[in-house]
Design a protein around this ligand. Structure first.
Ligand code: FES
Length: 170
């Protein structure tokens, strides 16, 4: 369900978990339908849930392939791009109530509210936001990554931390 059809966006309470789940599943359906799974540059798209949760720290399995895995309940996207793993916020950096969606044809994240576009690693392509998608602090622990959802970095106000919020994998 595109956000522009959601009458409460930005002005009244939202059941965040239900909203994120609905939007992410819609995006995932589009991804599968367009054959993105066959694209070696972004081969894996699907949903993910943490294997452990301790307060604000979520542990996820290290993505085995390039692609995006969406934890809609917690608003986290785990993206592996060119052997680097990022934990991205699913909300648009322009207005934090807007949930981003994946556009399989162009291999971009898209904000349906004001038509902004982002690369799979969160970098801004175009649109109203003045920064990239926000990134959570992330570190590797064996074959897992640990995401601290209390440490969310914005590209414009914490550029160094935002740039370091990544894990290189072999
Ligand atoms: S809310 Fe996403 S570009 Fe405005």
């Amino acid at each position: 369900m595109p956000l522009r059809n959601t009458p409460c966006a930005g002005s009244c309470p939202i059941d965040r978990a239900r909203f994120l789940r609905s939007t992410a599943l819609t995006a995932l359906a589009g991804i599968a339908g367009a054959g993105i799974l066959a694209d070696p540059a972004f081969a894996q798209v699907g949903s993910i849930a943490p294997t452990q949760s301790h307060g604000n720290v979520l542990t996820y399995a290290l993505p085995a392939k390039e692609g995006a895995l969406i934890d809609a309940d917690r608003g986290v996207i785990v993206a592996r791009v060119k052997n680097t793993v990022y934990a991205l916020s699913i909300t648009c950096p322009h207005r934090a109530v807007t949930t981003l969606e994946w556009i399989p044809e162009t291999k971009e994240f898209h904000c349906p509210k004001h038509d902004a576009h982002f690369q799979p690693d969160g970098e801004l392509i175009d649109g109203r936001p003045d920064r990239a998608m926000d990134r959570y602090a992330v570190r590797r622990a064996g074959q897992s990554i640990m995401v601290d959802t209390a440490a969310v970095w914005q590209q414009d106000t914490a550029h160094d931390a935002w740039s370091r919020a990544a894990v290189t994998v072999g």
